[in-house]
Every structure is written in C-alpha cells, then in structure tokens.
Design a protein. Structure first.
Ligand code: ZN
Length: 310
C-alpha cells in the first residue's frame, strides 16, 4: 500500500500568527493564520492527497470509495482530524458538545473530544482547562454573571506536555502557544467568552445557552497516559487512549521499523527529517499509513505524532 501524503488546509483567525510558516515553512494565506488542518476529511476544510495513485483525490472521497485503505473502519465519515494551531493571541474560552448533544442539536455532527500536544510555548505560558464551579448551579451563576477570573481554571504548560479535553470541559489555548491537536472530525465550538474582542468590527458570536447545557460540573481532569518504551531506533511514548482515538509519540534516532494499526494511522512529523520506506520526510509533513501496509521503515532523526481510531 502507498502512503497517503496530504495537502494541508489553512484557516485564518483573529488570534493567529505566522508560526505555521516560520516553524514549518507552510505557504500561509496571511499573517493571522491560526490553523493548519493537516489530516482532515471535514467539509469545512478538506485535505487532498498529494502524489501517488490517488493524487488530487479528497480524503472524504477515498474514505467512501476505497474502504480497504482504512481497513473497512465503520462509519460514513472519516472519524479524526489532526491540526496544528498557532495561537499568537488567546483563543476564546470555549467548550464542545459530545456525540449525543451534537447529533441531536448540530445536524448529526460528531461531538468533539480533543487532545493537545504542546509543540512550543512561551516561558511561563498557561492554558485554560476546567473551571471552579463546584456544581452545575454555581457554574451557571458564574457564567451568567461573567465572573471569568473566578470561573476559569488555568494550568502552567511547557513544551512536550499533553492534555486530553473531554466534551463539556471549558478550555482555551493562550497566546504564544503552538499545539498539535488530534480530535474527532467535528467543527462544533461553543464560545463562552471572547475577551470583548472585535472581528471585522463586530464581536464574534457567543453561545451561552449551548455552553451551559454541555459544560460538565464539577470539572474532572481528562485521563492521559505516559507510558514510555524503548524500542530499536525509537523512544515511544503512549499519550492517550479514549473511545475515539489513541495517540503516540515516537522519537526516532537511526532506523525504526514498525507495523502500525490494523485500520489506519495518521502521522505528523513535528521535528527533524529522514526517510520512510525510502521517501524523504521533513517536519510539517502529514500522511496516513493505510491498513495492510505491513512494516514501515523510518530512518533519520525525527519526532512523529501518530493517531489511530479505536
Ligand atoms: Zn477545543
């Protein structure tokens, strides 16, 4: 099976910057580019295959017409979405619904469970993850009263940290942070608070009622794993397994051979360079290892983040 290399899609945002170009050399549309949708079959930003027999095909058309590439994984939509996010400024305080709420209220969309690998951040950086409402009543009172300083729970971060954000978890990426996000293929975000900012002269829409409906109270931390194993040619760190995905990091040094997941595996090269099965690889490239690819042979010095569906 040939690897499926993907052409990323870029999204501008009021909080975006230029690091997608500066760090990875991407051709970004403006100096306020917030997101690189690196592995996506979502209708709001769909990747196409670059090179090989499927050159130019959209990932969603491959998903529909070439099920064997994905090991016959069930479902009519490609389930995952991998992004790199450049937050030059703070993102809004937000929350996502789960599958049940999104399915009912958002035209059958998937909900959004997501996880963050911190690629880089400023010294002293933090994120918003969770809130201080002790129960639903207090959460609602704090949100309706706009008591944001009291409400949000912040946590310091450093490069290499990893967080699981469950649906119903209040969160925000703060300025100066570069993140690789693996998530369910969903674009449903409920915005709680946007710091009174204007976009094109107007405040961006808030979704107070939907947010209150989906926020879980009290806050419970998402479960991550840090299981490190040393294999020939790589240090492997298993980061998370939840009902939607597993995510692993491989720090490759030399030659590393591995057979990946029975369905398919998304791969993002986050630093370094080398080869896979003799094909040159560098930081910023993203590809899918199809089902039945057999053993893949990496060579070089690079770090990759892999995800597969559960
Ligand atoms: Zn989010």
């Amino acid at each position: 099976m040939e690897l499926l290399f993907l052409e990323p899609v870029f999204k501008e945002a009021i909080w975006g910057g230029t690091r997608l170009k500066d760090s990875f050399g991407y051709d970004i549309p403006s100096n306020t580019t917030g997101e690189c949708w690196a592995v996506s079959a979502h209708e709001n930003g769909e990747c196409r295959i670059s090179g090989g027999p499927y050159n130019g095909c959209s990932l969603s058309s491959l998903w529909k017409e070439n099920k064997s590439l994905f090991g016959g994984y069930p479902g009519d939509k490609f389930p995952l979405l991998v992004k790199i996010i450049d937050a030059k400024e703070d993102l809004s305080i937000q929350v996502h619904p789960d599958d049940a709420y999104a399915g009912l209220n958002e035209h059958g969309s998937f909900g959004k469970t997501e996880c963050w690998y911190i690629l880089d951040c400023l010294p002293g950086a933090e994120i918003v993850i969770g809130h201080h409402g002790r129960d639903r009543e207090e959460m609602e009172a704090m949100v309706r009263g706009g008591r944001w300083n009291q409400f949000v729970r912040t946590q310091p971060i450093k490069r290499g940290d990893f967080f699981q954000i469950e649906p119903g978890c209040v969160h925000a990426i703060k300025g100066g942070t570069l993140i690789l996000e693996t998530q369910q293929s969903s674009d449903i975000t409920y915005r709680l608070y946007d710091y009174g900012r204007l976009s094109d002269g107007k405040p961006r829409q808030l979704h107070t009622e939907q947010s209150i409906a989906v926020i879980k109270a009290p806050f419970e931390e998402g479960k991550t794993i840090t299981e490190i194993t040393k294999e020939d040619g790589a240090v492997c760190t298993h980061l998370v397994t939840c009902q939607f995905y597993s995510v692993d990091k491989y720090e490759i040094e030399g030659v590393f051979a591995k057979e990946f997941h029975k369905y398919f595996t998304n791969v993002s090269v986050i630093s370094g360079s080398g080869l896979i099965n003799g094909i040159p690889l560098k930081a910023g490239q993203h590809f899918i290892i199809p089902a039945g690819s057999g053993e893949c042979r990496f060579e070089g010095t690079m770090t990759i983040i892999c995800s597969n569906p559960e």
